[in-house]
Design a protein around this ligand. Structure first.
Ligand code: WTA
Length: 672
């Protein structure tokens, strides 16, 4: 359907007030937009600042149903911080039971399968409630108890939501592993969490093909001696099922009771684990609490996505990612919303599948990642133009910085100049969004994430711990009292937790690992912050977090390798890709075969998402006097950037050769 674009744009113009028509794009919402939004008065920032604890206590009470209320709001024993001590609640109860009276017939989840000839599935709140209860009883029958970890290796299908909510209902911890990670990666995570149950599918559809899961994970289940495996029959691939261990999801729930009492969990009980990459070789099991996590997911969804009655909310985030947890599943359901899930690739059968889905269901809110926007932009705006996207009211971006050019394309082409873009900055560790401009307040500045949400204190510090001045850059930190949903530790790894987040500026300042710039823009007494990217050894490949050390550990397993260093290399679509600097043993020749070996071992140990984008065989790497690799130089070389003081290397002469190998085209001169 083609529509009258000119009249739409005219209408769109009225929604925005541009700060200064001659200056950069800074948009403020019009009165009309403000009127519709849940939050439109910037006084909320001030009110929250006056007494953040009271603010959060009031908001959490409003956001959730609590079985019991405790006496203490906040308690700290740095670097551990607890909220709503002694209060009791249940995430699944809040997502389902309490909505039954008002919206039992409303769609909770609309699921669009990838194959275009297959029917969609729509689960009403009543239907989802019933399935969750049955599966919760099935989990209990398999011996799963409160506090047990259950690992998922699941695609975006309704059973993933059902199983996650069922775990929440009985107080078991889901630990969801993204399907683009390898079976070996699943093994590490199962092993660390001590999971005796894996939930997976036979396969799923992606890019017109069937991707298999169960058959790939079988050797791992054998190796670990896993007690049980639940398999969703999604693609009809008929994998081998081991008697007594493997159970089909449908068969398992068939005869189960349709009610399972929700566990009255303590607000500070662990709600789930989610493994993510940091600066050490093994991924860390990030621990989230039940109560504060749920309250934060509910509140931030309402404030940031401005979710209203009857909205169709479409987040493209996979459940293997924190964004899937908080904003594809829990946030929208906690608010009684309708969440739209799509199983497959945005390019199948054509690169307009997402636009097609938005049109088909009349989606109002669309949340995705800059890498996807860049990729779809490259396919051409023509793919959008044939679709009626007039239902869209708000757009969101997450996972990496969105450059102003991509922002403008998203704003003008997808949002038709009408929709605010909430550029949401947050992390697996924070559990929910922390920095973004609010739709009814603004301002929206392309490339700038925004101010901290009400009740959150963010700052940008210099090396000495002093706040930087406006327009200066530094390290992005959070200050107490912290966002209520901040991680409650790293599973079984206190030292790692302390070292990773609380060593930069002491145990009362949370260090995010990101660099940022304080902009000249301000709202409600809060500075808008531009996130400039990770400053630790973490890569963001298509918005997915990978540790340099994880990839290096995988490659080091090859006999041919003496040493390896992995750094992020800029990429047009993916944002970053891993660039590998490899030192081979003296008797090993550079060959395509060894290159292939490196690629294969990374795919096997970490997963296809970590596939190297460049491999450089080098005679040496720049080092400190003590022999430590200086990554700053390698990072500078692959992004044609500045390298800085070369005399800090004990072997600066190697840089000249590396510059040739990497085809360095940056500002540095090499004269040794
Ligand atoms: C990056 C994803 C700039 C950042 C929710 C952070 C962003 C890491 C943004 C966390 C954004 C996320 N602008 N950078 N809007 N959102 N990041 O744990 O580097 O997968 O530290 O959580 O993504 O990635 P994670």
């Amino acid at each position: 359907m083609t529509k009258n674009v000119a009249s739409k744009n005219e209408e769109a113009g009225k929604k925005w007030v541009k700060e200064d028509p001659d200056k950069e794009d800074v948009y403020w919402p019009s009165e009309e937009l403000k009127k519709k939004a849940w939050i439109s008065d910037p006084k909320i920032y001030k009110k929250a600042k006056e007494d953040p604890k009271k603010f959060w206590a009031e908001k959490a009470k409003e956001a959730l149903d609590w079985f019991e209320e405790g006496d203490e709001i906040y308690e700290e024993d740095p670097p551990y911080f607890n909220w709503f001590i002694g209060s009791k609640t249940n995430l699944a109860y809040n997502c389902l039971d309490r909505h039954l009276e008002d919206r039992r017939n409303q769609a909770a989840i609309i699921w669009e399968p990838e194959p275009t000839d297959e029917s969609n599935r729509i689960l009403t709140y009543q239907e989802l409630y019933r399935e969750v209860n049955k599966f919760a009883n099935a989990l209990k029958d398999l011996g799963v108890e409160k506090g047990d970890a259950v690992t998922f290796w699941m695609p975006m299908i309704p059973e993933t939501a059902i199983a996650a909510l069922a775990c929440q209902r009985i107080g078991a911890w889901h630990s969801i592993v993204f399907t683009a990670f390898s079976p070996d990666a699943v093994k590490d995570r199962m092993d660390d969490a001590g999971s005796e149950l894996l939930i997976t599918a036979d396969g799923f559809y992606r890019g017109g093909k069937t991707a298999t899961l169960k058959e790939k994970i079988d050797p791992i289940l054998e190796e670990l001696g896993t007690d049980n495996c639940v398999v969703v029959n999604r693609a009809g691939t008929e994998p081998e099922m081991k008697e007594g261990r493997d159970h089909y999801f449908d068969e398992l729930i068939e005869d189960k009771e349709s009610y399972c009492e929700p566990e009255k969990l303590d607000a500070e009980d662990t709600g789930f684990l989610l493994y993510t990459s940091g600066t050490t070789g093994k991924p860390k099991g990030i621990k989230h609490s039940v109560g504060a996590y749920a309250a934060q997911a509910a509140l931030t969804t309402k404030w940031v996505f401005d979710l209203h009655e009857n909205d169709v909310y479409f987040s493209t985030a996979d459940m293997g990612w924190i964004t899937g947890h908080s904003y594809s599943l829990y946030g929208p359901l906690l608010n009684g919303g309708t969440t739209l899930w799509y199983e497959g690739s945005p390019y199948y059968p054509n690169p307009d599948r997402w636009w097609d889905i938005i049109e088909k269901y009349g989606a109002n809110i669309f949340y995705t990642a800059p890498t996807a926007i860049r990729a779809l932009r490259q396919k051409g705006s023509d793919w959008i133009e044939d679709h009626d996207l007039s239902s869209l009211r708000l757009l969101g971006s997450v996972g990496e910085p969105i450059d102003p050019d991509t922002w403008k394309w998203f704003f003008n082409k997808v949002g038709e100049g009408r929709c605010p873009i909430v550029d949401t900055y947050w992390q697996t560790e924070t559990g929910g969004i922390l920095l973004t401009s609010l739709p009814g307040i603004g301002p929206f500045v392309p490339g700038v994430a925004g101010p901290a949400l009400p009740g959150i204190t963010y700052d940008v510090l210099d090396a000495t711990g002093e706040p930087v001045d406006v327009n200066e850059s530094g390290k992005v930190v959070q200050k107490p009292p912290f966002g209520i949903g901040l991680l409650r530790g790293v599973y079984k790894a206190h030292e790692k937790y302390k070292a990773e987040y609380w060593s930069e500026y002491g145990d009362k300042i949370y260090f995010s690992g990101d660099g940022g710039r304080k902009t000249e823009h301000e709202v409600g007494g809060n500075r808008l912050i531009e996130i400039t990217g990770r400053i630790d050894d973490v890569l963001e490949v298509s918005g997915h977090r990978l540790g340099s050390a994880e990839i290096e550990d995988a490659i080091s397993d090859l006999d041919e390798i003496v040493e390896v260093a992995v750094v992020p290399k800029p990429h047009d679509v993916k944002g970053e890709v891993p660039a590998v600097f490899a030192l081979l043993k003296s008797d090993v020749e550079v060959s395509e075969e060894i290159e292939e070996k490196i690629v294969n071992i990374v795919r096997e140990k970490v997963g296809p998402v970590a596939t190297p984008g460049a491999i450089y065989f080098v005679p040496d790497v720049p080092r400190t006097e003590s022999g430590k690799v200086i990554r700053r130089f390698l990072k500078g070389l692959v992004k044609d950037g500045e390298l800085g003081d070369m005399t800090t290397a004990s072997n600066p002469e190697c840089l000249k050769e590396l510059a040739e190998i990497t085809e360095y085209n940056g500002p540095e001169e090499f004269e040794f």
